[in-house]
Design a protein. Sequence first.
Length: 342
Amino acid sequence: MTQQTTSLRAYALTRLALAVPMILILLSLVFLLMRVAPGDPVAAALGGKVSKEVLNEKRAELGLDEPVPVQFADYIADVVTFDFGRTITDDRAVLEVIANNGAATLELVVAAMIIATTLGILLGLITGRYRDTPIDVTGRLFGIFVYATPVFFLGFLGQLIFGAWLGWLPTSGQASPMVQYTLARTTNILTIDAIIAGNWLALVDVLRHLAMPAMTLGLLITGVLLRMVRVNLLQTLQGDYVEAARARGIPERNVVYRHAFRNALVPVVTMIGLQFALMLSGAILTETTFNWPGLGNQLVRYLNNRDYTGVQGIITFFAVVVVLVSVVIDFVNAWIDPRVRY
């Protein structure tokens, strides 16, 4: 076994070990924030229209009548066994909510990430290639605008222009009612289900509904990636090997695209992973704006109903996913750049 393989394995094991306390800290924060929220969550979720006996029975069912340390121990034990509890308002297992609505969020986030990565890398490459020109200035202003603008405002703007004024795209929902009821659900990811079923009309309908929320959420990250690619490309273009390539008479186009661009992408891989958490937070507002039936929309619904276990379960799931994605990105980065392991 080579030293390189050993170092990669040691790094992977160390990173996995560090993920455990990170997850534990996040779970503790979620637990404490839910406990310090004012008011009685059970009474608020049930609307205050039930008797005191029913309220006490529900509190006992949720374990809220136990001391806080016992509640915390039960909470950690349930998370370890992937039991996120049952919602108060509709008495559904949170894991069932995650399974039913998580696919819609995954579809939205993946589509948005594809758009953000494509636009961010392409525009970053163009602005870096034509530094200090009107193209560069326009690209940087665009990146600042899409990053600084609230995602819900971009959503409302898109609905107004492409939905109300031009009538090109639908303004809400994951698909038209006919497609929702007739399309066979295999994965609950409607684009994939439409492809599996060979229903191309349904696929077009789903993509039309997906276009505006995915673009809105994708633009949130595009500005970050644009700036990252541009800065790294400019730094890479100052490298000795780039000057050597120019001295050998290699055309500037090939110097930029074949030599500098590849090396400039190495830090971008890490940045894409780090922006995943921002993408999830943006998905909450995007799903609410476009009435997208994902976990973010469900989270807002449970927040409005002050559903204690529903909010706690979904936030816990988001926290665990963000940590796991961070670990995976660290693995990929260590595999691409061996210097990370030491």
